[in-house]
Design a protein around this ligand. Structure first.
Ligand SMILES: NC(=O)c1ccc[n+]([C@@H]2O[C@H](COP(=O)([O-])OP(=O)(O)OC[C@H]3O[C@@H](n4cnc5c(N)ncnc54)[C@H](OP(=O)(O)O)[C@@H]3O)[C@@H](O)[C@H]2O)c1
Length: 246
């Protein structure tokens, strides 16, 4: 993508964690950013203000990605404000760990709704509405390779996202739009840290040969590569950004 503020990137789940780092990084790279969130308006608004104070352009957009109508409304708002969308980063996601035998229906349904249906909802909208030459970056996870106990439903949602990625890349033939996925390893955010003891976090942080947790900025750099000019020839791939854990 050419780097100017007419290039618009919509980042789902950008109020916190990896998504906030992506929005900040893409704004620094010259993209106008749409900061989507689901429940936490305050950090999303604060991020938009920071970006604008630094000379960038940003808009916040509340939408639960699992709701197709809300997703349509978010694209409408982005187009009304900026004339179109060029980059979609499907970062919004949730994770509830439990062995398959102990997983209740609500836990299964919600992870499918947000991680899989949510990604489908934005992909369907983007397929019809992204400007030619655009980029789509989905979010998988390195657990699709690690396959540890307790990750069954979450890993299944991410494996499904990985499967849709090259299929949409092929369906968008002729539009010069690339579709890729980033699959982070353990990254220091609420999603990873909540509910884990310091000992477990320490152990997991040493699994990768680089012997540390990923930081949101590490993942944002991978997204910036795929969204920027140097990523132009990468299409239909899943990039494991994980310090070598798998
Ligand atoms: N952290 C890791 O170790 C790791 C590893 C591999 C993959 N990932 C993936 O990376 C992505 C980002 O994860 P993270 O660690 O940054 O998570 P996080 O810190 O928990 O942040 C999640 C973000 O997603 C938003 N969100 C949640 N449900 C949503 C919904 N239904 N609609 C719209 N937005 C929603 C949240 O918005 P609110 O603030 O409004 O709730 C928040 O901005 C996820 O797809 C995750 O599966 C993370």
């Amino acid at each position: 993508m050419t780097r100017n503020t007419n290039t618009v990137a919509l980042v789902t789940g950008a109020s916190r964690g990896i998504g906030a780092a992506i929005a900040e990084r893409l704004a620094r790279d010259g993209f106008t950013v749409v900061i989507n969130y689901s429940g936490n308006a305050a950090p999303a608004e604060a991020l938009a203000r920071t970006i604008e104070e630094q000379g960038g352009r940003a808009l916040t957009a509340q939408a639960d990605v699992s709701d197709p109508q809300a997703v349509r409304g978010m694209f409408d708002a982005a187009e009304a404000a900026f004339g179109g969308v060029d980059v979609l980063v499907n970062n919004a996601g949730i994770m509830t760990l439990s062995p398959i035998a102990d997983t209740d229906d609500a836990t299964f349904d919600r992870q499918i709704a947000v991680n899989l249906k949510g990604t489908f909802n934005t992909l369907r909208e983007a397929a019809g509405r992204l400007r030619d030459g655009g980029r789509i970056i989905n979010f998988s996870s390195s657990v699709t390779g690690l396959l540890q106990p307790g990750y069954g439903v979450y890993a299944a949602t991410k494996a499904a996202v990985e499967a849709m990625t090259p299929i949409l890349a092929k369906e968008l033939r002729g539009r010069a739009i690339t579709v890729n996925a980033v699959a982070p390893g353990p990254t220091a955010t609420d999603l990873f840290l909540n509910g884990k003891s310091p000992e477990l976090v320490e152990r997991l942080s040493k699994l990768a040969p680089l012997e540390r947790l990923g930081q949101p900025e590490d993942i944002a750099a991978s997204v910036a590569f795929l969204a920027g000019p140097d990523g132009a020839w990468i299409n239909g791939q899943t990039l494991r950004a994980n310090g070598g854990i798998i």
